[in-house]
Design a protein around this ligand. Structure first.
Ligand SMILES: Cc1cc2nc3c(=O)[nH]c(=O)nc-3n(C[C@H](O)[C@H](O)[C@H](O)COP(=O)(O)OP(=O)(O)OC[C@H]3O[C@@H](n4cnc5c(N)ncnc54)[C@H](O)[C@@H]3O)c2cc1C
Length: 449
């Protein structure tokens, strides 16, 4: 753990309590979790038991059966692994701020992890203002603390890359904590919620059902990573832009829920000594941590106002351009555009919970081209992304969708509707890979589901 990853959010210096509380939110794992390790370290120092709390918040933005099922599968494993380490796990249903404050009344110290979206920041701030114990947070889902890499919003990968690379060389990490103070805490009076019962009774009545393509949990994440390292990484740099070729790592759903740590993935990739190591780490570290920089420093990360000046200017200049096609949110959602490639991409996401990375770019660019305005395009793309992608509702999702409108990019040749924002065409897809083969692959997949 790097000392720069730890932040104290209030001025309370000490308090007597029955336990150390770790409010697990963004790092939903029992291993390779710096926030958990830090909480363990404090519980060892104070000779107090450690209590891990997770709050199941059914009102979480865009929560549905798909995302909740994946998350609960992971949490069941995390609970089991924590128990094996002698750490008590408590789950509650409700609003995170209220539930954390209730349990923290008996805590000597409160520790949490860090998510970079506005509701997560709001929760932490609300708790920091009212909690009576010292409150620390640890940035456990990034390789480098976001504020240490840069104190401002970065323009692009080119500007953040040298800062990240310099710090990766300069800052050593201390080893993980192996054991926690093992006195088991009596939590009978806390009424913990059974995760399996909660999962069984879960009824969102929505149309984003759970998917069988990805099962949640750290063990699954490690198994998928191992198969990627064994069979795919050496061809990742050559074939990653071909959606017919299954060479991506599929780590994004697991990273999103914090079921696996990016440092663990990076360590395993480096140990493999693959010729594609650099290409992979560029995505996992540079691109991913650029997204966190974006959502942390740009309060308009999901709004037109959050785009760079040149992109807003050009899109404003082309607002009145005649669109060849305009589709409603429902038409997009029902895969009813004129374009078989776009429809296949939407179908892949709806059926599997994960669209191929290359198709995501085309998918987002076309929503911009076929919507009545950039604002409507943003709303549609984020709605679909957050509803169907298992990795949705993530800094990467906001940066990815905004990239389709010019974020982290430069101006290109000017065209109607999209102005100077980079354009993608169906002919371009066909030049890069067998696009019709992709449509056939997805229709077979949809028929078999
Ligand atoms: C319109 C659009 C929407 C997107 N929505 C999301 C989203 O909701 N959640 C999400 O995690 N990613 C999103 N991305 C980024 C990227 O497409 C996915 O991270 C990637 O496809 C995930 O698959 P993988 O884990 O198999 O990737 P791999 O290619 O195996 O990459 C490994 C890891 O690197 C990171 N990574 C890869 N590509 C990018 C990228 N372009 N930007 C930032 N990090 C990257 C991810 O954490 C990924 O898990 C979006 C991109 C676009 C253009």
């Amino acid at each position: 753990m790097r000392k720069e990853s730890i932040h104290k959010l209030n001025n309370v210096s000490s308090r007597t309590g029955r336990f150390v509380l770790y409010w697990m939110q963004a790092s939903q794992r029992a291993i390779d979790n710096d926030a958990l390790d830090y909480a363990c370290e404090i519980s060892n120092d104070l000779s107090l038991p450690l209590l891990v709390l997770f709050v199941l918040h059914v009102g979480y933005p865009s929560a549905n059966s798909r995302s909740f099922t994946f998350m609960l599968e992971g949490l069941e494993e995390t609970e089991k692994r924590l128990k094996e380490r002698g750490i008590t796990f408590l789950s509650k249903v409700g609003n995170p701020v209220d539930e954390v404050l209730k349990i923290a009344k008996n805590a000597s110290v409160l520790v949490s992890d860090v998510g970079y979206l506005r509701h997560q920041l709001f929760w932490r701030d609300s708790i920091a203002r009212r909690v009576e114990s010292p409150f620390f947070v640890v940035e456990s889902n990034v390789i480098l603390p976001v504020g240490q890499v840069s104190k401002k919003e970065e323009f692009s990968a080119a500007t953040i890359r040298p800062k990240i690379k310099r710090l990766l060389i300069d800052t050593p990490k201390s080893p993980a904590i192996e054991s926690c103070f093992s006195k088991v805490l009596d939590i009978e009076n806390f009424e913990t919620v059974s995760l399996s019962t909660f999962l069984k009774d879960l009824k969102f009545g929505d149309d984003a059902p759970a998917v069988s393509s990805f099962k949640g949990g750290t063990a699954q994440a490690i198994e998928i990573l191992e198969s990627f390292l064994r069979d795919k990484i050496d061809i990742f740099c050559r074939e990653r832009n071909d959606p017919n070729s299954d060479v991506l790592s599929n780590m994004s759903p697991y990273l999103h829920f914090g079921q696996i740590s990016p440092s663990y993935i990076a360590k395993k990739v480096i140990e493999k000594r693959s010729p594609c190591e650099e290409a992979y780490l560029e995505e996992l570290i540079i691109r991913r941590e650029l997204s966190m920089n974006f959502t942390m420093y740009n309060p308009n990360y999901d709004r037109f106002e959050g785009l760079p000046v040149w992109a807003k200017k050009t899109l404003n200049e082309h607002r009145g351009d005649m669109r060849e096609y305009i589709y409603s949110k429902e038409q997009f959602e029902n895969c009813s555009t004129h374009d078989p490639y776009w429809n296949a991409a939407q179908m892949e996401m709806a059926f599997t919970g994960k669209m191929h990375g290359y198709m995501r770019m085309y998918w987002g660019k076309k929503i911009l081209e076929w919507s009545e305005s950039p604002e409507v395009a943003l709303e549609t793309a984020l709605y679909l992304n957050d509803k169907y992608e298992l990795d949705g509702r993530d800094p990467n999702g906001y940066a990815g969708v905004m990239w389709c409108l010019g974020k982290h990019d430069r101006a290109w040749a000017e065209r109607k509707v999209t102005g100077k924002v980079r354009y993608m065409s169906s002919a371009g897809l066909r030049r890069k890979f067998d696009a019709d083969g992709y449509v056939r692959k997805i229709s077979r997949l949809a028929q078999s589901t």
